[in-house]
Design a protein around this ligand. Structure first.
Ligand SMILES: C[S@@+](CC[C@H](N)C(=O)[O-])C[C@H]1O[C@@H](n2cnc3c(N)ncnc32)[C@H](O)[C@@H]1O
Length: 471
């Protein structure tokens, strides 16, 4: 049919065929062999009813039309083609059904879902139950009861601290760095009391973090490997942060709920960021943890928003710079400035491939900012502060920009219909007296500071991009 040759090709469906290049990238061709659109994907599926699923290089999936245009611009961990107007989709919380604009039909998430047939779908719950639901997610029929009773699940939730502290202890002792090893060797390397090693390893096995082979040697599972320092997405630093500073602050939750104050600040006499100022090891732990989350969560941000309309961006409270590194790599002409506390920028460096395009400057979010910019990013910064302080930051941002400039607030957006984000909101209260916010709360704060909220773009990760323009 055409002269080109590919590493693999699929079958023509609706006038389009999926092909794979020798390098591994996929795209669709038309019947004369030409590309149906510019660009490539990590995977591209068949067209059905006018739309196909494509997977981006960061692993996220969306729907495109026959000309490569995104149908709704929402990105999912996994996605299916449409079946009578609804598609099966999976986000970080589980499987559900979405409509043609990528909107979930209901709030519930499942382990598996089948497509809707005449208004009904069979679904398997995260709790092991099997049922038939209607298009609003309401259960019509129960086919199997949950594998864990409500009492068992609640009991497991109540001892969540067992998990937090076992993980923290294993990481702090360096257990994952010594694997594979037998219990005796782990006891010796980590200086545990004799015969205790096997007890710790049993706990880690129950958590699915290690496996024991026939010779009694413990190996990290794939899940457990995230607790190794050398893992590119290591959660070792996060394990220490959650198990120590955060754990202490949570122990004062009732007082925080009564007073609205931060448990951490009450305990240490200063706010979390001031406390870290002269504790370099804790500062490094915190920023390493933040950098892993940033590398994991911010991969899709460059595709969610077109930053190429800007010459430069200012990432205020940008920490070690992971977010701008991702943006600079996908926007080759963009320049970026990361502003943060002096002790943070002192330790931060751009990677060699981005030298000359990214600079770090010391600046206080609450004082006049040392950099002017027509595009400002505030990523997971406002959630560290109560409304009055968040407003001060936004006013400083407004001073830094001119009318018409763009502000991108990257935050989790609370969902009152599901309670989604509720526990993180409590975490922000106890740690820094901060808060997660609803879309309405963001709109309100932004308006008070002189910004008009344009829209909220979901990115497929826990964070959304709230786009606002300086008025
Ligand atoms: C939750 S972290 C977010 C880091 C990064 N934006 C991200 O999304 O991964 C909050 C950041 O705000 C910075 N920060 C806190 N108080 C600040 C202040 N007064 N001035 C400048 N930066 C501050 C912290 O050092 C930290 O890097």
């Amino acid at each position: 049919m055409y002269g080109q040759r590919y590493a693999w090709c699929g079958n023509f469906q609706e006038g389009r065929c999926t092909v794979r290049l020798p390098g591994g990238d996929y795209f669709h061709i038309t019947s004369d062999g030409s590309a149906a659109y510019s660009g490539c994907y990590r995977y591209a599926g068949d067209f059905k009813d006018g739309y196909a699923v494509v997977q981006r290089h960061d692993g996220k999936h969306s729907h495109i039309d026959a000309y490569g245009n995104l149908l709704h611009g929402r990105w999912f961990r996994d996605l299916d083609v449409f079946h009578k107007g609804y598609a099966r989709a999976c986000d970080s919380d589980g499987w559900h059904h979405v409509d043609m604009i990528g909107e979930p039909l209901y709030a519930e998430r499942f382990k598996h879902v089948e497509p809707f047939y005449n208004g009904e779908a069979r679904v398997e719950g995260l709790d092991g139950s099997l049922s038939v639901v209607d298009e609003s997610g309401q259960t019509l029929l129960e086919l199997r009861t949950p594998s864990q009773s409500h009492l068992e699940r609640l009991s497991a939730d109540m001892v969540g601290l067992w998990r937090t502290q076992t993980i923290r202890a294993a990481v702090a002792l360096g257990v994952f760095e010594f694997l594979p090893a037998c219990a005796k060797e782990i006891e010796r390397q980590t200086r545990l009391h004799s015969s205790i090693g096997i007890r710790l390893m049993r706990g880690l096995m129950e958590l699915g973090l290690v496996l024991r082979d026939a010779e009694g040697i413990y190996h990290a599972t794939e899940r457990g490997s995230f607790l190794m320092q050398r893992h590119p997405l290591s959660l070792a630093h996060a394990a220490r942060h959650w198990g120590r500073e955060s754990h202490e602050a949570w122990s004062a939750l009732i007082r925080s709920l009564r007073t609205g104050e931060s448990g951490f600040e009450n305990m240490h006499g200063k706010n979390f960021f001031d406390w870290m100022q002269d504790r370099p090891a804790d500062l490094q732990t915190y920023h390493s943890a933040m950098s892993t989350y940033a590398r994991h969560d911010y991969g899709g941000l460059a595709d969610a928003v077109d930053y190429t309309i800007h010459d430069s961006v200012l990432d205020a409270g940008g920490g070690a710079g992971e977010l701008v590194f991702a943006l600079l790599r996908s926007c080759p002409r963009l320049q970026a400035t990361v502003m943060d506390r002096a002790e943070v920028v002192e330790a931060a460096r751009p990677p060699t491939d981005l030298e000359g395009r990214c600079r770090f400057v010391a600046g206080d979010l609450f004082q006049q900012w040392p950099v002017k910019s027509d595009a400002i990013i505030l990523a997971r910064v406002l959630h560290d502060w109560p409304d009055s302080r968040a407003l001060r930051i936004l006013r400083r941002a407004r001073e830094t920009t001119s009318k018409g400039s763009m502000l991108y607030v990257i935050e989790m957006v609370l969902d009152d219909s599901t309670g989604g984000g509720g526990l993180m909101d409590l975490n922000m209260l106890v740690m820094t007296q901060g808060a997660e916010r609803t879309e309405e709360q963001f709109r309100d704060l932004l308006a008070q500071a002189g910004f008009g909220m344009l829209d909220v773009i979901k990115t497929g990760s826990v964070s959304s991009v709230i786009r606002a323009r300086a008025l």
